[in-house]
Design a protein around this ligand. Structure first.
Ligand SMILES: [Ca+2]
Ligand SMILES: [Ca+2]
Length: 501
């Protein structure tokens, strides 16, 4: 006979056989159908093969008014000794799963952000309860897994496993969850905002894909006829661009955080960071800027942080080989042994009037803190008024003037053509056009004479022409030479006064 069912091909080995099954059947005799092979699930769901059937799984998003209910429809025959649930929320108080049948009850809830498990069933009155130490409302996925330590016992301890934690044996005892099999109503996501993933009781899924008819005999079926939002989506918390000042919004599932741009802080990046908080200005007053600060330095300091003491010795006036010692907005002079004074300008030990110090050239001597000092008469200078101030050096006299120095003043001896205190005035310059009074008379007279001469000359030429025209004989060459000589002699007879020119 053919042992392989559903089109399986029997392969005989030397003392046995095995069935080579088609893709949609499995098992030793190809008797078990592989339902997911035929892609029976709707879009955006995942097909999972279960004994004698399949289930279409998807995460689902719930808001506080969207509880859903399941019952077994008395189809479940196995013992329900375990529970598994994935959830994701920021809800600090919510019921994830709740069921009750007479005195038996099951509750998985969030209380003050911790996970609460409470099982009362079997012949145990005390029940099992568990409250997680850590908060589970951080918006990340969490998985709680519960199972009876001894599933066959009427009641036993239960073991919990939350996320990656080690198995925890819970306080108290409780029986299995078989009370759910009697058509007890299982309520999911009551007053819950967040997502649920897998939910399994006794290994049987409570699927969110609604109204599918599955072939397997054991099922939890939705009794509430409402559509569930598949997929896990939080509110679009970044849609309103809540982060100020170019901060970046990070969606943290029904919550957000702001990554602030440089210089800003606060939950919404609303605060300009006080960059003066750390008192960065060492010697100055701080003004806050955006991601920066500005220091207004006290006198004598420079630098971004006013931490640099300006070197005031750069232009020091310490004398006599003294050493300059930089200070704040000033310096001091360290004098050699034989000098003293602020600038080491005084001999040490101090000089005294009349003793070892004398003022020359009538200077007045006074003894001061650092030693004797002279008040010189005008025209003298030097420590002892020993220098006669030479007012002729440099020479103030111009145009070759000779300088004569006398007490505190000079005198210029000018050359013949110049005058003025500094020989800077040219004597001839003011009259300008006429060099002497004589010329002032002579020039107009000469001009008048030339004019008269010209008129006379023209008259004579005209007379001569007239004569030539009236006479019969004409000898031009003889006439012109004689005439010219005669005429010129008479005309050019110079008047006595013209000789002055
Ligand atoms: Ca700032
Ligand atoms: Ca300084």
């Amino acid at each position: 006979s053919e042992p392989c069912q559903n089109g399986g091909r029997c392969v005989v080995t030397w003392n046995d056989f095995h069935c080579s099954c088609p893709a949609n059947f499995t098992g030793k005799f190809c008797e078990e159908r592989v339902w997911c092979e035929s892609d029976p699930c709707p879009e955006a769901t995942t097909c999972i093969d279960v004994p004698a059937g399949y289930v279409c799984l998807a995460n689902a998003t719930f808001n506080s008014s969207a509880a859903i209910e399941f019952t077994t429809n008395t189809s479940v025959t196995r013992t329900l000794g375990s529970l598994l649930m994935d959830f994701r929320t920021r809800d600090e108080d919510a019921v994830l799963l709740r069921a009750m049948e007479e005195v038996d009850s099951l509750q998985i809830a969030i209380k003050n952000s911790s996970l609460l498990v409470d099982i009362r069933s079997g012949n145990s009155i005390e029940g099992v309860s568990f409250l997680s130490q850590n908060a589970v409302t951080d918006g990340a996925w969490h998985t709680i897994s519960l199972s009876m330590e001894e599933p066959s016992a009427l009641s036993s301890r239960w073991v919990a496993h939350l996320d990656g934690s080690i198995n925890m044996t819970l306080q108290g005892n409780a029986g299995n969850l078989d009370f759910l099999k009697n058509n007890a109503l299982i309520v999911l996501a009551e007053n819950f905002t967040g997502c649920l993933g897998q939910v399994k009781i006794g290994g049987i899924y409570l699927p969110f894909t609604s109204h599918l008819s599955y072939p397997q005999p054991e099922q939890f079926q939705q009794s509430s006829r409402r559509t569930i939002q598949l997929g896990c989506t939080g509110a679009d918390v970044c849609a309103s661009s809540p982060c100020s000042n170019a901060g970046t919004c990070r969606d943290l599932f029904n919550s957000f955080s702001c990554a602030c741009s440089a210089g800003w802080e606060g939950l919404l990046c609303e605060s300009n960071i006080d960059d003066c908080q750390s008192s960065p200005c060492v010697h100055g007053n701080c003004t806050d800027r955006l991601a920066d600060f500005q220091c207004e330095c006290f006198r004598g300091y420079i630098g971004k942080k006013c931490d640099i003491n300006v070197d005031d010795c750069v232009r020091h006036q310490c004398q006599n080989g003294a050493t300059c010692i930089d200070g704040v907005y000033g310096y001091s002079c360290k004098c050699p042994a034989q000098y003293s004074g602020p600038r080491c300008e005084w001999p040490f030990p101090p000089e005294q009037c009349g003793k070892n110090f004398t003022c020359l050239n009538g200077g007045k001597c006074t003894t001061e803190t650092w030693g004797a000092n002279c008040t010189c008469k005008p025209g003298f200078t030097g420590r002892n008024c020993q220098i006669n101030i030479n007012k002729c050096d440099p020479n103030p006299c111009q145009n070759g003037g000779t300088c004569q120095d006398s007490e505190n003043k000079f005198k210029c001896l000018c050359s013949a053509s110049y005058t003025g205190e500094r020989c800077d005035i040219n004597k001839g310059t003011p009259g300008a056009f006429f060099p002497s009074p004589l010329i002032e008379v002579a020039v107009p007279v000469a001009c008048g004479s030339v004019l008269l001469l010209s008129i006379g000359l023209i008259f004579m030429i005209l007379t001569a022409r007239k004569r030539r025209q009236s006479e019969g004989t004409y000898s031009p060459s003889q006439q012109e030479v004689a005439g010219a000589r005669l005429e010129m002699d008479s005309v050019l007879k110079v008047p006595p006064e013209e000789r002055l020119i």
